[in-house]
Design a protein around this ligand. Structure first.
Ligand SMILES: Cc1cc2nc3c(=O)[nH]c(=O)nc-3n(C[C@H](O)[C@H](O)[C@H](O)COP(=O)(O)O)c2cc1C
Length: 181
């Protein structure tokens, strides 16, 4: 079996102390092995002053990049958006000289309050989650990142602790063992 790839997990949850899913996934990622680096963005940047050079260095040393956050307003928490705006800079991540991320992989790790039935054309959210994720997929494409299948847990308020624990354990196993594609 080949070695697991160097992995960077960026966690953006505005209140981990009240989190069921993302807090467990964060712990699982921290336990996944020395090849996995975890950065808790709200803890690192309580004043929202992102250290762009440090973030770019973390990206450069990783093959798999994971953006982990709860779905909020069909999108991402403010910190994740600010991180993208500032870190994925012109002529670094994209643009004529922007090749820093070419050939790396991006996976979303998402939790959603809405159940999978709500994320259907006939459901209350009227679209699949994949439809809402089009800007992420295009961001990856623009930066030369291969967009992996998102890791999603739906319907958080209806899930038992056993189910949420099981998700985090499988996520940790994935991060421990992923050897690229
Ligand atoms: C401000 C805010 C906006 C939210 N918007 C959505 C949404 O658009 N779709 C959805 O399915 N859940 C939405 N939720 C629910 C969260 O996605 C859900 O509580 C979270 O994924 C649970 O993960 P956690 O246990 O790690 O906090 C929202 C929650 C908050 C606080």
């Amino acid at each position: 079996m080949s070695n697991p790839v160097s992995t960077l997990v960026l966690v953006a949850h505005p209140d981990l102390s009240h989190s069921r899913c993302n807090a467990r996934r964060l712990r699982a990622a921290r336990d996944a092995g020395p090849h996995v680096q975890v950065r808790d963005l709200y803890a690192l940047y309580p004043d929202y002053l992102i250290d762009v050079a440090a973030e770019q260095a973390a990206l450069q040393s990783s093959q798999l990049i994971v953006w982990q956050h709860p779905v909020q307003w069909y999108s991402m928490p403010a910190m994740m958006k600010l991180w993208i705006d500032e870190v994925l800079a012109f002529n670094w991540a994209y643009g004529p000289q922007g090749r820093a991320l070419q050939g790396k992989e991006l996976m979303l790790s998402l939790s959603a309050g809405g159940g999978v039935n709500a994320y259907q054309p006939q459901g209350s959210n009227r679209h699949t989650l994949d439809t809402f994720l089009a800007p992420y997929e295009q961001t990856a494409h623009l930066c030369g990142l291969r967009f992996l299948k998102p890791w999603v847990l739906y319907g958080l308020s209806h899930l038992s602790d056993v189910q949420v624990n099981d998700d985090a354990a499988r996520y940790g196993d994935f991060l421990s063992n992923y050897s690229g594609s």
